[in-house]
Every structure is written in C-alpha cells, then in structure tokens.
Design a protein around this ligand. Structure first.
Ligand code: FAD
Length: 286
C-alpha cells in the first residue's frame, strides 16, 4: 500500500520510526521488540538507514520487508543519497522492489567523517526526482520545524523544502521538536511557500538523561523551560523520568491533534513499552 492514501481518510495518521541493530548485532536481535511495536497497529512503520556506503541499505530493506510481510504493518524504508553513487541507488531500489517495499523516505543524509561523499546526488530533492522517475514508489521527505542546520535561515530552508515537494515528495515527516509553537510557525511558513502535501509531526518521548544530551547535540532541538524543569527534577530517578517523558510527549500529541495536524510520527527508539503507553493514551483522539 502506498502511504499517501492514508492521508485521505478523515483521521490523523499515526506512524512509528524504528532502527536496525548495530552492525555487530544479529538482525534477529530486534525482531521481538519490533513485533511488539507492530502489534500496536500504527498506520505505518518507517525504518532508518545507516550512514552511507555500499551495502548500507540491506538491513533497512530486510527489516522493512519483515515489518510488512511478517508483522502485517505497512513499512517505509529510509534511503540517504549523499554517500551513494547512482549505481548504488539503482541497486538499492531494485532490492526494495524485489522485497515488496513500496514507500521510501528520501533523504540527503549527513556527511560522515572517513567516508568521501559521492557526487551524483547533492540534495534530497534530487533523490526524490530520481526515485519518482525510476519506479513506482511513494516518496516522502524530511522537514525541520527549527530550520535545518545547513540553511542560512528559515526562509531559505522552506524554499528548498518546496523544491523537494516539487521534485516529488508526496508527504513530509518532521524532525523531532519539544515546543509545539515552533511547529505551528513552521506550518505557516510552509503554507506561505505553497507546500500543500501532508506534514507529520515528529515526536520523541525522552525517557532517559543520556537521550536528552544526545538529542540536543545531534539535532539542535530547543528545550522549552517547562521541559528542562521536568528533566532536571527527575534526572536521577529513571522511572519517574521515563513517566514524565511519556507524559510530556502525550501532552504535545494531544495539543497537535486538537490543532488538526495531519499526522504524528513517533520516534519509538525501538522501545515497545514506551510506544504502548503513548498509543494507549492517544488512540481514541486520532
Ligand atoms: P535536504 O532536503 O537535501 O536538505 C539539506 C540542506 O540543504 C538544508 O539546509 C536545505 O535547506 C538545503 N537544500 C536543500 N535543497 C537545496 C537546493 N536545491 N539548493 C540549496 N540548498 C538546498 N539520516 C540518516 O542517515 N538516516 C536516516 O534514516 C535518517 N532519517 C531521518 C528521518 C527524519 C524524519 C529526519 C527529519 C531526518 C532523518 N535523517 C536521517 C537525517 C538527515 O539525513 C539529515 O538531517 C540531513 O542533514 C538532511 O537530510 P534532508 O533529506 O533533510 O536534506
């Protein structure tokens, strides 16, 4: 099933993101958790893509196929391009096709130390156009409520996002954020730029201290005072911090749904317990 059809129902889309295990762990090591996550019956599950190079796609492909064919939930395979040649992308698309994968989240990816970037694709928009021209895939793209780090400003970033939509991205998934007001301002900019495709809000339940530090250094999400207060108060009480993180994410989701958002994309961190608590709290509101 192509996921763009999900946005035609009179209902917010509720999707999850999961990731493959590290290279030195067997792929089966995540299957138990992923099966539990899929049992919550999200509209789709997207599977992240490891940083670049030959063969990087194989675990993403295998897990996306498992989710779709064995766990019965539609899947989306992430695919980055900045470290791949056209021939490598062709090989990946062929693998996706042979494994029955119909949906791709097309990304530029990050430049990785020690891996020389290839020259065939510079931006996600080029990958979107290439995939649309080379197969019958549904293509999604990423977007950044707090502006992508490489962009000069919000105006430039949203105009580049419009190029990605014009190149064939049929649906957008946002970077995680902790302040809904920033997401609403981004939606206004996107509307002014003429972006009309559905935009899902990326929500990350923060459930441990290490995760917060990683999050801020990796994606630069700003932390509202209310969030910082909660995290400071419970940082040395793991259970309380987990429950507070879940409660914060649920509150964000309730507000987003009340404001008519197209969808919620939950960064599950492969944690079925957290995914289950959040799903149970919001499933009647979608
Ligand atoms: P682009 O859309 O290409 O944008 C990158 C930058 O280039 C922006 O600053 C943009 O303004 C600018 N730009 C775009 N087009 C043009 C143009 N035509 N001219 C000039 N400037 C332009 N990374 C992974 O490695 N694996 C994953 O699985 C993964 N999943 C992700 C899922 C989501 C939902 C999100 C939000 C991010 C994900 N990432 C992943 C991270 C992503 O690869 C990085 O954020 C990367 O730096 C940008 O990718 P992009 O596709 O958004 O790039």
């Amino acid at each position: 099933m192509k996921i763009n059809t999900l946005f035609n129902r009179n209902k917010a889309v509720f999707s999850f993101e999961v990731f493959p295990p590290k290279k030195d762990s067997p792929i089966e090591s995540v299957y138990g958790k992923l099966e539990e996550i899929c049992a919550l019956k999200p509209d789709f599950v997207s599977v992240t893509y490891g940083a670049g190079g030959s063969g990087a796609h194989s675990r993403t492909c295998e897990i996306a196929a498992k989710i779709k064919h064995d766990f019965g939930v539609e899947s989306v395979a992430h695919l980055t391009c900045v470290n791949s040649t056209r021939a490598m992308i062709d090989e990946t698309l062929e693998d996706f096709r042979q494994n029955g994968i119909e949906n791709i989240l097309a990304l530029r990816g990050d430049y990785v130390e020690g891996i020389a970037p290839q020259k065939d694709f510079r931006y996600a928009s080029e990958l979107c156009a290439y995939i649309r021209a080379h197969g019958d895939f549904d293509v999604s793209g990423a977007c950044y409520p707090e502006v992508h780090v490489d962009a000069a400003d919000a105006a430039e970033d949203v105009l580049n996002l419009k190029k990605k939509v014009d190149a064939g991205a049929q649906h957008l998934i946002s970077q995680l954020f902790f302040d809904n007001a920033l997401f609403y301002r981004f939606l206004e900019r996107a509307k002014i730029a003429g972006i009309r495709v559905p935009i899902e809000a990326g929500i990350m339940p923060v459930t441990n201290k290490k995760q917060i530090e990683r999050m801020v250094s990796l994606c630069g999400a700003s932390l509202p005072p209310k969030f910082v207060k909660i995290m400071q108060r419970y940082e040395s009480k793991p259970e309380a911090l987990r429950d507070a993180g879940i409660a914060y994410a649920v509150e964000q989701i309730v507000d987003l749904l009340a404001n008519g958002v197209d969808g919620i994309h939950l960064y599950t961190m492969n944690n079925p317990t957290v995914a289950k608590k959040i799903t149970r709290a919001v499933e009647t509101l979608l």
